[in-house]
Write a protein that binds this ligand. Structure first.
Ligand SMILES: [Fe+2]
Length: 192
Protein backbone atom coordinates (compact mmCIF):
# COMPACT_ATOMS: atom_id res chain seq x y z
CA UNK A 1 0.00 0.00 0.00
CA UNK A 2 1.46 3.33 -1.02
CA UNK A 3 1.42 5.71 1.94
CA UNK A 4 0.28 9.28 1.53
CA UNK A 5 3.04 11.79 1.16
CA UNK A 6 5.75 9.22 0.49
CA UNK A 7 9.08 10.86 -0.28
CA UNK A 8 11.72 8.22 -0.89
CA UNK A 9 14.76 10.39 -0.10
CA UNK A 10 13.30 11.42 3.26
CA UNK A 11 12.42 7.85 4.20
CA UNK A 12 15.93 6.71 3.26
CA UNK A 13 17.47 9.44 5.43
CA UNK A 14 15.17 8.66 8.37
CA UNK A 15 15.88 4.95 8.09
CA UNK A 16 19.61 5.53 7.81
CA UNK A 17 19.59 7.76 10.90
CA UNK A 18 17.62 5.11 12.76
CA UNK A 19 20.07 2.36 11.73
CA UNK A 20 22.99 4.54 12.85
CA UNK A 21 21.36 5.11 16.27
CA UNK A 22 20.62 1.40 16.64
CA UNK A 23 24.23 0.53 15.75
CA UNK A 24 25.53 2.93 18.42
CA UNK A 25 23.15 1.56 21.06
CA UNK A 26 24.01 -2.04 20.15
CA UNK A 27 27.74 -1.30 20.44
CA UNK A 28 27.10 -0.26 24.06
CA UNK A 29 25.07 -3.42 24.77
CA UNK A 30 27.46 -5.99 23.26
CA UNK A 31 28.64 -8.33 26.02
CA UNK A 32 31.32 -10.32 24.20
CA UNK A 33 33.91 -9.90 21.46
CA UNK A 34 31.75 -12.00 19.12
CA UNK A 35 28.72 -9.75 19.65
CA UNK A 36 30.84 -6.60 19.36
CA UNK A 37 32.26 -7.84 16.08
CA UNK A 38 28.80 -8.55 14.62
CA UNK A 39 27.71 -5.03 15.53
CA UNK A 40 30.91 -3.67 14.00
CA UNK A 41 30.28 -5.44 10.70
CA UNK A 42 26.71 -4.06 10.64
CA UNK A 43 27.89 -0.54 11.55
CA UNK A 44 30.43 -0.58 8.71
CA UNK A 45 27.65 -1.41 6.24
CA UNK A 46 25.47 1.38 7.62
CA UNK A 47 28.34 3.86 7.32
CA UNK A 48 29.03 2.77 3.76
CA UNK A 49 25.41 3.50 2.84
CA UNK A 50 25.73 7.14 3.80
CA UNK A 51 26.80 7.59 0.18
CA UNK A 52 23.49 8.29 -1.62
CA UNK A 53 24.38 6.33 -4.78
CA UNK A 54 24.28 3.11 -2.74
CA UNK A 55 20.56 3.52 -2.09
CA UNK A 56 18.17 1.29 -3.99
CA UNK A 57 14.80 2.10 -5.48
CA UNK A 58 11.99 0.61 -3.39
CA UNK A 59 8.25 0.76 -2.92
CA UNK A 60 6.53 1.17 0.46
CA UNK A 61 4.56 -1.88 1.49
CA UNK A 62 2.57 -1.59 4.68
CA UNK A 63 1.02 -4.80 6.04
CA UNK A 64 -2.14 -5.43 8.12
CA UNK A 65 -0.18 -6.20 11.32
CA UNK A 66 1.33 -2.70 11.31
CA UNK A 67 -2.02 -1.26 12.44
CA UNK A 68 -0.67 -1.20 16.00
CA UNK A 69 2.45 0.84 15.15
CA UNK A 70 1.33 3.59 17.53
CA UNK A 71 2.01 1.18 20.41
CA UNK A 72 5.71 0.94 19.42
CA UNK A 73 7.12 3.51 21.84
CA UNK A 74 9.28 1.91 24.52
CA UNK A 75 12.38 3.96 23.67
CA UNK A 76 13.14 7.16 21.77
CA UNK A 77 14.37 4.92 18.97
CA UNK A 78 10.91 3.34 18.79
CA UNK A 79 9.19 6.71 18.64
CA UNK A 80 11.54 7.85 15.85
CA UNK A 81 10.67 4.66 14.01
CA UNK A 82 6.96 5.53 13.96
CA UNK A 83 7.68 8.56 11.77
CA UNK A 84 8.62 6.47 8.72
CA UNK A 85 7.65 2.87 9.50
CA UNK A 86 4.61 2.84 7.20
CA UNK A 87 6.71 3.81 4.18
CA UNK A 88 9.18 0.92 4.40
CA UNK A 89 9.22 -2.03 1.99
CA UNK A 90 7.84 -4.57 4.49
CA UNK A 91 7.63 -8.21 3.53
CA UNK A 92 6.30 -11.49 4.87
CA UNK A 93 8.34 -13.78 7.03
CA UNK A 94 9.30 -17.04 5.32
CA UNK A 95 8.61 -18.74 8.67
CA UNK A 96 4.90 -17.91 8.76
CA UNK A 97 2.04 -18.26 6.30
CA UNK A 98 0.10 -15.33 7.71
CA UNK A 99 0.59 -12.95 4.74
CA UNK A 100 1.53 -10.12 7.07
CA UNK A 101 -1.45 -10.50 9.43
CA UNK A 102 0.78 -10.90 12.51
CA UNK A 103 4.42 -10.66 11.48
CA UNK A 104 6.35 -8.34 9.17
CA UNK A 105 10.01 -8.33 8.16
CA UNK A 106 11.94 -5.41 6.70
CA UNK A 107 15.18 -6.59 5.15
CA UNK A 108 17.59 -3.62 4.98
CA UNK A 109 18.97 -4.96 1.70
CA UNK A 110 15.71 -3.90 0.02
CA UNK A 111 16.76 -0.28 0.59
CA UNK A 112 20.53 -0.32 1.00
CA UNK A 113 23.51 -2.16 -0.38
CA UNK A 114 24.32 -4.58 2.42
CA UNK A 115 27.28 -6.94 2.15
CA UNK A 116 28.52 -9.52 4.65
CA UNK A 117 25.37 -9.21 6.81
CA UNK A 118 21.76 -10.27 6.71
CA UNK A 119 20.06 -7.59 8.78
CA UNK A 120 16.64 -6.05 9.13
CA UNK A 121 13.66 -5.39 11.36
CA UNK A 122 11.24 -7.91 12.78
CA UNK A 123 7.79 -6.70 13.81
CA UNK A 124 5.40 -8.98 15.70
CA UNK A 125 1.89 -7.70 16.41
CA UNK A 126 0.28 -7.73 19.85
CA UNK A 127 -0.38 -11.21 21.27
CA UNK A 128 1.22 -12.79 18.20
CA UNK A 129 4.34 -14.93 17.93
CA UNK A 130 7.38 -15.34 15.75
CA UNK A 131 7.83 -19.11 15.48
CA UNK A 132 10.68 -20.83 17.25
CA UNK A 133 13.42 -21.70 14.79
CA UNK A 134 17.15 -22.27 14.56
CA UNK A 135 19.84 -21.95 11.89
CA UNK A 136 23.58 -22.37 11.35
CA UNK A 137 24.61 -18.67 11.64
CA UNK A 138 24.64 -17.07 15.07
CA UNK A 139 22.30 -14.10 15.41
CA UNK A 140 21.83 -10.93 17.41
CA UNK A 141 18.47 -9.34 18.16
CA UNK A 142 18.36 -5.80 19.50
CA UNK A 143 15.04 -5.20 21.26
CA UNK A 144 13.64 -1.78 20.38
CA UNK A 145 10.10 -2.12 21.68
CA UNK A 146 7.58 -4.60 23.00
CA UNK A 147 6.42 -6.32 26.13
CA UNK A 148 7.31 -9.85 25.15
CA UNK A 149 8.65 -13.22 26.17
CA UNK A 150 11.68 -14.51 24.29
CA UNK A 151 13.39 -17.84 23.99
CA UNK A 152 17.03 -17.40 23.05
CA UNK A 153 20.67 -18.20 23.76
CA UNK A 154 20.30 -21.91 24.48
CA UNK A 155 17.58 -21.47 27.14
CA UNK A 156 14.65 -23.88 27.12
CA UNK A 157 12.03 -21.48 28.43
CA UNK A 158 10.59 -18.15 27.36
CA UNK A 159 11.50 -15.20 29.54
CA UNK A 160 10.54 -11.53 29.63
CA UNK A 161 13.13 -9.09 28.32
CA UNK A 162 12.67 -5.35 28.15
CA UNK A 163 13.47 -2.97 25.27
CA UNK A 164 17.04 -1.73 25.10
CA UNK A 165 18.57 -5.18 25.49
CA UNK A 166 20.57 -7.21 23.04
CA UNK A 167 20.21 -10.99 22.90
CA UNK A 168 22.57 -13.41 21.23
CA UNK A 169 21.91 -16.84 19.75
CA UNK A 170 24.76 -19.26 19.20
CA UNK A 171 24.58 -21.32 15.99
CA UNK A 172 21.55 -23.67 16.08
CA UNK A 173 20.10 -22.18 19.31
CA UNK A 174 16.30 -22.39 19.24
CA UNK A 175 14.79 -18.93 19.44
CA UNK A 176 11.42 -17.20 19.08
CA UNK A 177 9.24 -14.52 20.64
CA UNK A 178 5.70 -14.13 21.93
CA UNK A 179 4.42 -10.56 21.99
CA UNK A 180 2.21 -9.29 24.81
CA UNK A 181 -0.02 -6.20 24.85
CA UNK A 182 2.43 -4.15 22.74
CA UNK A 183 4.04 -5.10 19.42
CA UNK A 184 7.61 -6.36 19.26
CA UNK A 185 10.13 -4.44 17.22
CA UNK A 186 13.65 -5.87 17.00
CA UNK A 187 16.65 -5.43 14.75
CA UNK A 188 18.36 -8.68 13.76
CA UNK A 189 21.88 -9.24 12.48
CA UNK A 190 23.51 -12.35 11.03
CA UNK A 191 27.05 -12.08 9.71
CA UNK A 192 27.63 -14.14 6.57
FE1 LIG B 1 16.67 -16.40 13.76
Amino acid sequence: MMGRGFEQTTVVQQTHRFMTSCAKSMALCAESAVQANMVKVFSAQVKKNKTPNKVKDFKPNSLPCLGNLKLVKDMKLAKDFQQFANYLPWGFSPRTIDQGEHVAIMDFSKMFEMEKVAAGLMYVDVYSAYPEHNHPPDEIYFLISGTAKWRWGGHRHFRSITAGNLIYNYPYNWHGVKAGPTPVLALYIQVM
